[in-house]
Each structure stands twice: as structure tokens, then as C-alpha cells.
Ligand binder design. Sequence first.
Ligand SMILES: C[S@@+](CC[C@H](N)C(=O)[O-])C[C@H]1O[C@@H](n2cnc3c(N)ncnc32)[C@H](O)[C@@H]1O
Length: 287
Amino acid sequence: MEHWLADIEFERQSRLRKIFKAALINPLANYLPPGLLKAVLRLAKSELAAANWADPGGWQTMVINYDGRPKQIADKLLVSAGTMSMALRNRKRLASHVLARLIDSANSEPTHVLCLGAGPGHIIIDAMSQANRKALATLVDLNTDAFEHGRRLAARAGLSECVRFVQSDVRHIKQLLDHPPDLVKMLGICEYLTNEQIVEVAGAAAEVMPTGAGIVFNSLSKAHGNDRFFRRVFGLHMTHRSPHRLQALMQQAGFSDFNSIPEPLGVYHVIVGRRKAKGPRSSAKGS
Ligand SMILES: C[S@@+](CC[C@H](N)C(=O)[O-])C[C@H]1O[C@@H](n2cnc3c(N)ncnc32)[C@H](O)[C@@H]1O
């Protein structure tokens, strides 16, 4: 699978920039009083901070990070040079390539892709634009605000007829499986779910998926160096799990044959699993 990775334009950091962040920027961001940092961000009219305060880790924060060209100086630092923002853009590029390849190699056309916690659908719309074969996507999110933005993205890509938006909690996934998916996408969502919820959600999808069908999800490591800052200043509480840990949960849900691909900053791995031949599932424990 790896030769095509060379075509992806990833964002990288020089060794010097990494040292500078680790020695100075991250300790300041993580250990200065959060009230002071919030006041500075408010004064600097940071759109990224405001979006996180309104909905920590919500779809609008993703749009600001993906766009990568903010207007305010504070956001230029956070979004253009922040390790997490760069890693998010890397994950988007990597995952859309992976999904396009899975659509092109799926057993059925059109491929039905179920996107859980999809936001407006940047990643799947990019993937469907890159794929040579047709896909139909169901995009599920709690937040309907994301859908208007998503409809504009789909229209711009000429894919309006290929996407449908459904407001739902992914934890109620059983209501969403009237049309069994050929491919499930769980990107940017597992970090907001407990182990039990991941197994429950992925397991419910697995029950209706054919053997060999794909699931795409991501791990999250603390290599971004700013977890304390995100928690105290943005109110963003993410669960960090290694690829190994997530694969174990997905295995309990009914998937196997994992292929785990890191983006170059080491923050995210994009992981593909395959529906195992049907058998009983075991239960999740711990965090
Ligand atoms: C970090 S964003 C990721 C968006 C998109 N998957 C991406 O990677 O660009 C997380 C999204 O998951 C949604 N979300 C969080 N918990 C959810 C739940 N329990 N059910 C449905 N959507 C959820 C949020 O509203 C948000 O749009």
C-alpha cells in the first residue's frame, strides 16, 4: 500500500522547529495560567479559540484548521505553525487518499460509505472526488450546523446527489443501518468516545457489513505536545489511544487485518480494518 504515500503532500517540521517548540513554546502554552492565555486569545480575536470555546473539537474548529489561512495573528501561529493543526491537515490528506483507494477497490459500485461524526464531510468529499468509481455517502453528525457547509462543499465538488446528511448521535447507530454500509469511516470521533462506545458503535456496523468490508479510523498520540493547553485553555478533552489499543477495540467489534499508516508528525495513524468472518464479539474494558 505504501508506494502511493509518496504522492501526498504532507506538512513536516524541521528538527530545529521541533526543538524550539519542545523547549519553549509548548511549556509556555501548557504551564502559563489558563486565564492569562484565554485573555490573550480573546484580545487577539482568535477564531480558533472562540470556535473551541463554543464547541470544543467541533466541526468549525476543523474547518479553521483545514483551511489553514486564518486572518488573525494568534490564529496564524496556532493554525499555520501548530503541530496539532498541521497533523490534522496531514490526517485529512492521508485519510482521503486511503478512502479513495478503498472506494476504488470495493466489491460494489456505488460503494455506500457511512461516515460517523462526519462534520461537514471534508474528508469523504475529497475522497469521492479522487476516486475513479462512484460512492454514496451518509454523513452522520450531532450538529446540523455542519450540514449547510457540507452541502456547499458537495455542490462545489459536483457531488450533491451522492451525499445525504443525517442528524443523529453515533451512539444510536442501530437506527442508521437500514442501508448496510460497504465502508465505515470513524475519523475524528473515537477520541470523543469511551472504549465501550467504540466497541458498541463499530460492532453494530460490523453486524450488517459483509466480510472483508473496510472500516477507517484514527489513533491519536500526545506527540502534538499540547494536551494540557487544549484541556485547560480550549476545554478540549480528547482520549489518546495508540494504534495498538484502538485495533484491540476494533477487533472486539468484529474487525481484523489492520493496516496502520502514520502521518509524518506522529500525532495520528490512519488505520484500515476489515470485517472478520462473522462470529461472536467480546466486551470492552477500561480506558
Ligand atoms: C473533530 S470533528 C471531526 C469531523 C470530521 N470527522 C473530520 O475528521 O474532519 C468531530 C465531529 O464529531 C461530531 N460528534 C461528536 N460526538 C458525536 C456523537 N456522539 N454523535 C455524532 N456526532 C458526534 C461533532 O459534532 C463534530 O462534528
